[in-house]
Design a protein. Sequence first.
Length: 351
Amino acid sequence: MIIKTSEGLVDIKSLNLQELTEEIKSLGEPAFRAKQLYEWMHKKLARNYDEMTNIPKSLKEKCKEHFFYACVSQERVQVSQIDGTQKFLFGLHDGNFIESVLMKYKFGNSVCISSQVGCRMGCRFCASTLDGLERGLLPSEMLDQIYAITRISGERVSHVVVMGSGEPMDNYDNVLQFVRLLSDENGLNLSQRNITVSTCGLVPNIRRLADEHLQINLALSLHASNDEKRKKLMPIANTYTLEEVIDACKYYFDQTGRQLTFEYALVGGVNDTEDDAKELSELLGGLNAIVNLIPVNPIKERDFIETERSKVIAFKNKLEKNRINATIRREMGRDIDGACGQLRRRHMLEK
Ligand code: SAH
């Protein structure tokens, strides 16, 4: 994907190998140089051209003139004393900041990346959206969150979730290119089955994603079992009804065969009764889906409270009695501003 910065430079790390080959040829260089450059960027995770030992100096100079090379800078890292989760604050070339999280599980290392700087979806309980949307991230900037965490931790990343700040379906083309590059055999070659994209429910783009016939997982942020309650938590519910959202998810399953995940943040006194669980079971009955229950992570700007543990378990039991698969999300990194957008926001306010 050819993306030009405001200075007219082509974003080199957002190009696939074929596109890079065309660019390199147009600079009067042989095609094999493109392959070498691609490998340095996407396999060896080079931070700049200077690390690329088999690239001639003259080509490096041309590249610096012609291309923009995305590389995030590590501004802060916080390590959870509870579970070892690491939260990174990265700086971008234009002075913006984003957050990414590394979670270590038995099945591997999972990275949660941001897809936008800020967000314009306005979900009431979410810290990422408090200051609105700054801009969408480039494919290269999404990739480099994973590359940087691999470089810093020295460990292979096996799973990626696009569940950090931002709404991925509001940055559709860039997220799609990101998925393609991340799962490209010439790069990190991450299995699409290990990539999950989470959305608050932009119906037309869920359908568009289904038609791409990728093998990535779709997670839908549901958070309520009827439109009335959903509207109180998520402004997007004023645009698309639950029926339209669920239909789009069904369509995604039909086109891809991938099991759906529904995220449900339990908010004390708002959506956490057994009646809510019953209504949710009716809504999701017959779908090949799993419900991920997340006790809401309270943010200080809003007065939502967490559901008590016993009620969380009762909610899960009620779903299971109605034959709905459910898990309770382990709350990773509670002690390190784990909720979306909290760390970035604190950093900005402190400056
Ligand atoms: N915009 C996308 C992805 C980013 S948010 C989406 O809405 O899915 C990732 C998940 O975290 C979403 O389910 C979101 O609703 C949830 N979330 C955001 N803030 C939260 C909080 N304070 N407590 C619990 N879950 C939260």
